[in-house]
Design a binder for this molecule. Structure first.
Ligand SMILES: [Zn+2]
Length: 271
């Protein structure tokens, strides 16, 4: 049973503060986080699919002027992980006191915003609520960090591979990074800043190194770790140190998308 004190939530003005307040009041919450139940407890009276012709809209929130009641709509043609993120995002707009009431429609490009906007605040709220580090960390500790682990976490938390990878990479104690690509163009790259000390040569909009071949695998299959040429992936021709190499493991996705997990490691650690 989820019980939340709305007066305490009303004092939270930042996404992280709000999420922390929810987990302090409901320490029993486990993966997958019951985002619909949480929404219902704080005043969302209905959660519904968007009406038919809403292909460009991910989610919508309609709330009363005082935001004591609201309705969340989500795009039901999306995978379950995206639907859950959408509900979390709209719940963020509902709970964050500085976000205006009324009707609000959110698009896929709103979901990519990550700095200084109401959309980025709603994204941060959804990410921290649905993939909380205090529940992810015990699942990552003592595990070899690889694509199989991200896939397992994605199933456990019922979130997309991409959102799960972004939440999990900074929590790893290994030097790992991930590169999301489409048709050999980099969409963006994300590294564990604490342990992956090298600047990546691949970045948003760049081509993948010519030496890299997308594995000939069916969609959603995962390659082995393969040794990569460090000068192709890391800026400044770094010396990695004795017996250290850079390795890559690829998740081949649909429609030309793939995700490449980079890891700096010794060969013996994969034996
Ligand atoms: Zn939004």
């Amino acid at each position: 049973m989820i019980s939340l004190d709305l007066m305490e939530l009303a004092d939270c003005f930042a996404p992280e503060e709000l999420v922390n307040c929810i987990f302090q009041q409901c320490p029993q919450l486990k993966a997958p986080i019951p985002v619909e139940q949480i929404a219902q407890r704080v005043g969302i009276c209905e959660i519904q699919p968007l009406p038919g012709d809403s292909e460009n809209i991910e989610g919508m929130l309609c709330s009363e002027p005082a935001k004591d009641c609201g309705v969340i709509f989500f795009n039901k043609s999306r995978p379950i992980g995206r639907q859950r993120f959408t509900i979390g995002h709209e719940l963020g707009h509902f709970l964050l006191p500085t976000h205006a009431s009324g009707e609000r429609k959110c698009t896929a490009s709103d979901f990519k915003k990550n700095s200084n906007t109401e959309e980025s605040e709603a994204n941060e709220f959804a990410q921290k609520l649905l993939l909380p580090s205090h529940l992810l960390t015990p699942e990552i500790n003592d595990q070899a960090f690889n694509i199989e682990l991200i896939n397992k976490l994605s199933v456990l938390f019922q979130m997309s591979f991409e959102a799960t990878a972004i939440a999990a990479i900074p929590l790893s104690s290994e030097p790992v990074a991930i590169v999301f690509t489409k048709n050999r163009k980099v969409k963006y790259a994300w590294r564990n800043l604490k342990h992956f000390k090298y600047k990546l040569k691949v970045f948003k909009g760049s081509d993948l190194p010519e030496s890299y071949e997308v594995p000939d695998l069916k969609a959603n299959a995962v390659s082995e770790f393969i040794e990569f040429c460090e000068n192709d992936w890391l800026e400044g021709a770094p010396k990695l140190g004795p017996e250290l190499e850079i390795y890559g493991q690829t998740l081949v996705q649909e429609k030309g998308y793939s995700a490449i997990l980079l890891k700096i490691n010794s060969l013996s650690s994969f034996a």
